[in-house]
Ligand binder design. Structure first.
Ligand code: NAP
Length: 338
């Protein structure tokens, strides 16, 4: 099988930089590789596998000869450039929300619904970070007991909002510590020593777009009925890396916490940390920089029938974005889909 020519679009961003690390860790095969960003970064140097590359401004013609694009440059960039890349024969794996709910665009978590990749027409979408980490946990439980409905509350790290948001938490914290005033730009409220119950803009139904992404993307990835009730509250917390989620899942049939634990202990990409007597449960610090989705606090929910509660934590930049992007690319290569 021929090795692909790869372009990393958004190579200077939080997700893009992590993609570079994972391409090295996984030793992903490629013939040639290009690093693309905005005009602001064009001409700057980037080192990859001990070789220096020049960052190129992303314009339609740079996709000539490229087989696979790993894109994390925002929705408007993808809306403009994905069709241009596809026109030139690329498979465009996109981290933005621009195409996720399009009918002919597979929305994929590697290891969960790789078969959907076979139906791609050039663009493949990577789910939202809070959806992504949940899928590896939900899929094996759903296979056993069928999800009936779900309520999720997220506690999301600032790195989910990019480099500028990471810097804002740092600067806001320093300003607060020194008693200085600080003007927040990325967030609507102070992020230092605070929590913010808003991620993305509000929709007409009172949910935010981030919350509706969890609802809609979960249904699409797990092939659930379009009316399966899923409700999410997404909250930004002053944590740099690692999203946490408190999840209540009601199933069609009974599933005991012991059975759920047994299933999750065998599940690919999931690590169970659940021994409350010894204070063992995952926190964002356990997950930062790591690949698994960590699960703990698995217990019988006392408000609903056939329901369990659990707590799930993962590195939002890894499984929530860069790792899954690279894993999709690896599946595309293995399945000969480029
Ligand atoms: N962070 C997460 O946890 C996460 C998770 C899932 C999905 N995502 C999605 O991934 C994307 C990137 O997120 P991020 O956190 O990495 O953001 P970021 O740190 O702000 O980086 C943005 C990247 O996009 C590039 N870019 C911006 N405008 C461009 C343009 N017009 N043409 C070409 N490149 C352009 C930037 O290049 P310059 O440096 O040259 O400006 C930079 O490389 C977003 O769509 C985001 O929603 C992020």
């Amino acid at each position: 099988m021929r090795k692909p020519n790869i372009a990393v679009l958004g190579a200077t961003g939080v997700v893009g930089r992590e993609i570079l690390k994972i391409l090295v860790e996984d030793n992903v095969p490629f013939e040639n590789i290009k690093f693309l960003a905005s005009a602001k970064s064009a001409g700057k140097k980037i080192t990859f596998k001990d070789k220096e590359y020049t960052i190129i401004e992303a314009k339609p013609e740079v996709f000539e000869g490229i087989d696979i694009v790993l894109a994390s440059a925002g929705g408007s960039t993808s809306l403009a450039l994905a069709p241009e890349a596809v026109k030139r024969g690329c498979v465009y794996i996109d981290n933005s929300s621009a195409f996720r709910m399009e009918k002919d665009v597979p929305l994929v978590i590697a290891g969960v619904n790789d078969d959907d990749l076979k139906n791609h027409h050039g663009i493949i979408a990577n789910p939202n970070c809070s959806t992504s980490q949940l899928m590896l946990v939900l899929k094996p439980l759903h296979d056993y007991a069928k999800i009936k409905r779900m309520i999720v509350s997220t506690y999301q790290a600032v790195s989910g909002a990019g480099l500028a948001a990471i810097n804002e938490l740092k600067e806001n914290t320093i300003a607060d510590n020194e008693g200085k005033s600080f003007e927040n730009v990325k967030f609507k409220k102070p992020i230092a020593y605070n929590v913010i119950p808003q991620i993305d803009v509000f929709c007409e139904n009172g949910y935010t777009k981030e919350e509706m992404k969890v609802t809609n993307e979960t249904r699409k990835i797990l092939h659930l009925d379009a009316s399966t009730p899923i409700s999410c509250t997404a909250v930004r917390v002053p944590v740099f890396h690692g999203h946490s989620e408190a999840v209540t899942i009601e199933f069609e049939k009974e599933i005991t916490p012991e059975k759920a634990r047994e299933i999750l202990e065998k599940a690919w990409g999931v690590e169970v940390m659940d021994d409350v007597e010894n204070y063992i449960y995952p926190t964002p610090k356990d997950a930062a920089g790591k690949n698994p989705v960590y699960v703990g606090r698995i217990r019988k929910n006392i408000a609903f029938e056939n329901a369990i509660d659990l707590w799930c934590v993962a590195d939002n930049i890894r499984i929530g974005a860069a790792l899954n992007t690279v894993r999709i690319a690896e599946s595309v290569i293995k399945m000969g889909l480029f």
